[in-house]
Design a protein around this ligand. Structure first.
Ligand SMILES: Cc1cc2nc3c(=O)[nH]c(=O)nc-3n(C[C@H](O)[C@H](O)[C@H](O)COP(=O)(O)O)c2cc1C
Length: 345
């Protein structure tokens, strides 16, 4: 059992990463149904939440069935972050997570996201302000440090634990690495093995198969893992990892019927959450990812990308079922995209 404040999670929990424009309630539900133990919202601007509470309020919506859910905030001003934490408190997620990992220039320039890795005192003050202003357990997600010459995560972990965070997730890259190279989990393991550290430490970065999850679990000894890119279009990875950890066996790849089912489930939730127009648009990027690997499936692309009537879309999904009846999907490696590839530093 892993404990975050008063939240109890199973041993070695599998966490859905906060992902902007991806980790919305419909996707979180799909991940939860497929084995995620704890899910996070995309990052939410503390300024935005304070100034435009009505628009940002939608980002705080949580379906009961996806819980436990963490709401993630970012901001570079103590008072404003603390105020935003109070607003979040009212909506009753299970926990509040602070983003100290976003490498994007605009966020870093506000002294938020990974920007504070250059100013640990500020990071500590921001965290303490949040902890004091909410009753929720506060967690932090961050990176190894600012750049190769300033990997300060060991100091960061101790100091954030001292001001009351209840868990820490570490993406095994520096801010300046963005997504380049391989995530380095050895420093994450050092944090975990520090005898001063007693909060759960979750590893993050590059997990894309059950075998890698087991290997990293054994090699780095973390309390659980957070997964981002690999589950975009493949939420079944959560259950595959859980099954592999428990039995040492790989589950067969999800069937066509399971894939179509996930498309329908997410469409249904998306319509409910975003309404009839935005709900349809929001799904357009998802269908082909879920159906990736089906030979010839692109011929359905135009219909899935242009139809606006949910029943017509469901009919196309049913046609896919008929067309591929009896087809066995092979397991395929999950590629990790180099997100932020062209992002200016
Ligand atoms: C599309 C996308 C959006 C992201 N948005 C956020 C975010 O809002 N907050 C955050 O802390 N990290 C964000 N991240 C980073 C992920 O949470 C995660 O740390 C990173 O992708 C490394 O994990 P992975 O290798 O499993 O993808 C985002 C990543 C992606 C791919």
């Amino acid at each position: 059992m892993v404990q975050i404040g008063n939240i109890q999670l199973p041993d070695f929990p599998l966490l859905l990463a906060p992902m902007e424009d991806v980790s919305d309630p419909p996707f979180r539900v799909v991940c939860k149904r497929n084995g995620a133990d704890l899910v996070f919202t995309e990052f939410i601007s503390s300024e935005g939440l304070i100034r435009d509470a009505i628009r940002c309020r939608r980002k705080l919506d949580i379906y009961d069935e996806e819980r436990p859910t963490g709401i993630q905030l970012f901001g570079g001003d103590e008072e404003r972050l603390a105020l935003a934490a109070k607003i979040v408190d009212v909506t009753q997620p299970e926990l509040l997570d602070i983003n100290f990992g976003c490498p994007v220039k605009g966020i870093v320039a506000q002294g938020a996201g990974a920007g504070v890795l250059r100013d640990v005192d500020l990071m500590v003050r921001l965290t303490e302000a949040c902890v004091k202003s909410t009753n929720l357990p506060v967690t932090v997600k961050t990176r190894l440090g600012w750049d190769d010459d300033s990997k300060n995560i060991e100091e960061v972990a101790e100091r954030l634990q001292d001001v009351g965070i209840k868990a820490l997730t570490i993406h095994g890259r520096t801010r300046c690495q963005l997504y380049k190279g391989e995530a380095d989990w050895s420093l994450i393991a050092k944090v975990k093995n520090n005898p001063r550290i007693h909060i759960p430490i979750f590893g993050n970065g590059d997990i894309n198969s059950p075998q890698k999850a087991l290997e990293y679990k054994n090699r780095y000894g973390v309390d659980g893992i957070m997964i981002g890119r690999a589950v975009i279009g493949y939420p079944w990875l959560f259950r595959e990892i859980r099954h592999y950890l428990q039995t040492g066996e790989l589950l067969p790849a999800p069937t066509v019927s399971e894939r179509v089912d996930v498309c329908k489930q997410q469409l249904h939730k998306s319509l409910q959450y975003k309404g009839p127009v935005a709900g349809i648009y929001a799904m357009r990027g998802h269908y082909l990812r879920y159906l990736k690997g089906l030979p010839g499936v692109k011929e359905f692309r135009t219909s899935l990308m242009t139809l606006t009537d949910p029943e017509a879309i469901a009919a196309v999904l049913d046609d896919i079922l008929v067309r591929y009846e009896g087809y066995t999907m092979e397991r395929a490696p999950i590629e990790l995209v180099n997100y932020h590839e062209n992002c200016p530093l």
